[in-house]
Design a protein around this ligand. Structure first.
Ligand SMILES: Cc1ncc(C[n+]2csc(CCOP(=O)(O)OP(=O)(O)O)c2C)c(N)n1
Ligand SMILES: [Mg+2]
Length: 317
């Protein structure tokens, strides 16, 4: 969580300094939920993160350098300078590169899970996240229905952060809770407090266990508030001040730190050391990438690292 927060803040700062072109999208306030997904999965599982999932990516095993190289346009990055922010991944390691069209990652995860089934790979699961706004897309409905019919081991986590851009949830759906939709599709559903790490770990851990045991798709709805703009270009001035003061507006990172102190699992001095060493880790990664040469279009073979197989003349031996 700490690494995700500090790295996100570094990207925001580089963006403000004009060092990152395009958009920067951060997950401030959503780290507990995201980390709970990444750390509940294991090798062989599939994770399809969304824009606010840097913390989840890191806990699933994405190297810090992948994120930094992608944002700073290094040709050593997973997408070789073609993408400037979040559409990166390592498909062979189960980390799927993000498609921006909302809802589109769910059928992709379904497809991978079907392929696992055809190959006879047992007990792997696939998890993906989606925002409250994106639950209204056609892709979401079609894919959840497909997963339900095929009884796929899909864990679909909805981060209900109360807004889609500036549109509040009252303008997005008329049902009381997004969880009501689980009933309509015949899938299991559970709610979690997205600001509370322990709760997220318990609920998502259980959902992963259920999916792995063959109980079909699991819909998790987490309530929280986006503690930042949609992207770093957005000052989020439209967010209701009452929501900020409500329990939804609590900072999951501060709550987790407080719990560590309350339970006497560690002390403030240790938390301060973690903070300092994480800042150092991030600064070193950024310095490393800033020393790397930029892309050279004349030397480039124009093939993404992820898809050798699509290259003309590629032979699978
Ligand atoms: C199908 C589709 N429609 C519109 C967009 C543009 N868009 C990108 S993010 C976003 C808002 C998403 O809100 P939500 O799903 O609540 O996620 P959040 O940003 O709050 O995490 C929109 C409308 C898109 N990427 N895909
Ligand atoms: Mg939202």
């Amino acid at each position: 969580m700490l690494l995700g927060r500090i790295l996100d803040e570094k990207f925001a700062s580089l963006y403000r300094g004009g060092k990152i072109h395009g958009g920067v999208f951060i997950g401030r306030g959503q780290e507990a939920l995201s980390v709970a997904i990444g750390s509940s999965l294991r090798q062989g599982d599939v994770f399809a993160p969304l824009i606010r999932d840097l913390a989840g990516r890191l806990s699933f095993g994405e190297p810090i350098l992948d994120a930094v190289r992608n944002y700073l346009g290094s040709p050593k990055g997973p997408m070789r300078s073609r993408d400037g922010n979040v559409h990166r991944g390592r498909p062979r390691e189960g980390l799927l590169p993000m498609i921006s069209h909302l809802g589109a990652m769910i059928p992709v995860v379904n497809g991978v899970l079907m392929a696992h089934r055809f190959k006879g790979l047992a007990s792997t699961v696939g998890a993906t996240t989606i925002g409250d706004g994106a639950t209204s897309t056609g892709a979401f409905h079609e894919a959840l229905n497909q997963a339900a019919i095929e009884k796929l081991p899909l864990i679909l986590v909805v981060a209900n952060n109360q807004y889609a851009y500036s549109t509040p949830t009252t303008r997005q759906f008329a049902c009381k809770s997004i969880l009501d939709r689980a009933v309509g599709y015949g899938v299991a559903g559970a709610e979690t407090d997205g600001t509370n790490l322990s709760d997220c770990l318990a609920v998502i851990g259980q959902a992963v266990q259920n999916a792995r045991a063959g109980n079909g798709p699991q819909l998790i709805v987490a309530s929280l508030l986006r503690l930042c703009g949609h992207g770093e270009h957005d000052d989020a001035g439209y967010i209701d001040p009452e929501l900020k003061q409500s329990p939804l507006g609590r900072d999951c990172l501060k709550l987790a730190a407080q719990k560590i102190l309350d339970q006497a699992w560690s002390d403030q001095a240790a938390l301060d050391r973690w903070q300092a060493s994480t800042v150092q880790q991030v600064e070193e990664a950024v310095a490393t990438v800033q020393r790397e040469a930029g892309p050279d279009p004349y030397q480039e073979e124009w093939c993404a690292l992820a898809c050798d197989r699509l290259r003309e003349g590629f032979e699978d031996v």
